[in-house]
Design a protein around this ligand. Structure first.
Ligand code: ACO
Length: 335
């Protein structure tokens, strides 16, 4: 049976209006603009309103993605939301989005893969289409990390921001769309990056709240070393699986955690900085929203054109990693 080619037919993103600068953070914890810029590349990040949940950001990004795909909510067969900051333990954030959009026939579920979530979700959604089960799948990465950050911990609070990005997947012309992907995990290092409490292992209690165990804890140096190694390995592996050479890549769309991690990956791949879609200076690390927001911006400002070869690559909690090679199949989008 001939495999159906799957591409991105629509894309959109949303970031909250409120901007938190490095200067603002220096009033909250012992840090400075110089330290944050030099060690991470981040200058500002967006912060959701008190009443904004992951589903609210996701819905706004999804509406834009549907518009750019010329699709209506009732055509969507499946909604997958990748998030580390779901509205609730259950029901899924994807079900809230399904209701917000009134996507009558859509199945819906969340994926919990940390910052790698968007890559996993696109690979999963694409399989439903390439197997002929569904025609249109909406994939969203949405995060309100500001709500699970310990604002007294300078090791983590300077890194994260809120936002959402969405794509519509559907059949595309052969030779375009998703050419390959690689997904991986290594659960033995799961404690490097963790929100310890709030699940069944350590349910919420007075102690968990007092000890800030509902906030992100991270072994920054360990994650850094892992990230540098895996970004190179996963990018090369997916590129080879796609039958391409690294020199044939037009753009790297990396997870936006730290400019030094991105630069190290570019160096190892022998690519220049202008070959990377980078926006962490404006938004910080938006976890599963990082890649779709960076991709949306690069498509809308005309950097990415039909026929370009892109590799998206991410790493995150789990630990997990994922890379995906796409030959861009869509004409430009007018805002
Ligand atoms: N301001 C000032 N000083 C700071 C700050 C800060 N915000 N944060 C840490 N420091 C201090 C440390 O306390 C340490 O001081 P010490 O030497 O007196 O102990 C010093 O700076 C150096 O600390 P390091 O941890 O070595 O700093 P490093 O250069 O490694 O940068 C960072 C830390 C930015 C966290 C880096 O390790 C990193 O980016 N790691 C990867 C993070 C990441 O990718 N996370 C992914 C999350 S994915 C997800 O799923 C959510």
């Amino acid at each position: 049976m001939k495999k159906i080619s799957v591409g991105i037919s629509g894309i959109g993103s949303y970031v909250p209006d409120k901007i938190l600068t490095n200067y603002d953070l220096s009033q909250m914890v012992e840090t400075s603009n110089e330290w944050i810029v030099e060690r991470t590349g981040i200058e500002t990040r967006r912060i959701a309103d008190k009443d904004q949940a992951a589903s609210d950001l996701a819905t706004r990004a999804a509406i834009k993605a549907l518009e750019s795909a010329n699709a209506t909510p009732d055509e969507i067969d499946l909604i997958i939301v990748a998030t580390a900051t779901p509205d609730h333990l259950f029901p899924s954030t994807a079900c809230v989005v399904q209701a917000n959009l009134n996507a009558k026939k859509a199945a819906a579920f969340d994926m919990s893969v940390g910052c790698t979530g968007f890559v996993y979700a696109v690979a999963t959604g694409a399989n439903f289409i390439s197997s002929g089960i569904y025609k249109k799948v909406l994939v969203i990465g949405s995060e309100v990390l500001s709500k699970i950050v310990n604002w007294e911990d300078r090791n983590t609070c300077v890194l994260f921001g809120d936002g959402a990005g969405a794509v519509v997947l559907e059949q595309c012309k052969d030779g375009y769309g998703i050419l390959s992907y690689e997904l991986g995990s290594d659960g033995k290092d799961r404690d490097c990056l963790i929100v310890p409490a709030g699940g069944s292992k350590l349910p919420a209690s007075e102690d968990t709240v007092k000890n800030k165990l509902h906030a992100i804890q991270m072994e920054g140096r360990d994650v850094f070393k892992f990230a540098v190694r895996i970004m190179e390995k996963a990018s090369i592996s997916a590129t080879e699986k796609a039958g391409l050479k690294v020199e044939e890549l037009d753009f790297l769309v990396p997870h936006q955690a730290n400019i030094r991690i991105i630069d190290a990956a570019l160096k190892k791949l022998n690519l220049s900085r202008d070959k990377a879609c980078i926006n962490l200076n404006k938004y910080g690390n938006m976890s599963s929203a990082s890649i779709p927001v960076a991709l949306d911006e690069a498509v809308r400002d005309g950097r990415i054109q039909k026929g370009d070869n892109l590799v998206m690559v991410a790493f995150g909690a789990g630990l997990t990693w994922g890379s995906l090679v796409i030959r861009w199949n869509k004409e430009g989008i007018d805002d």
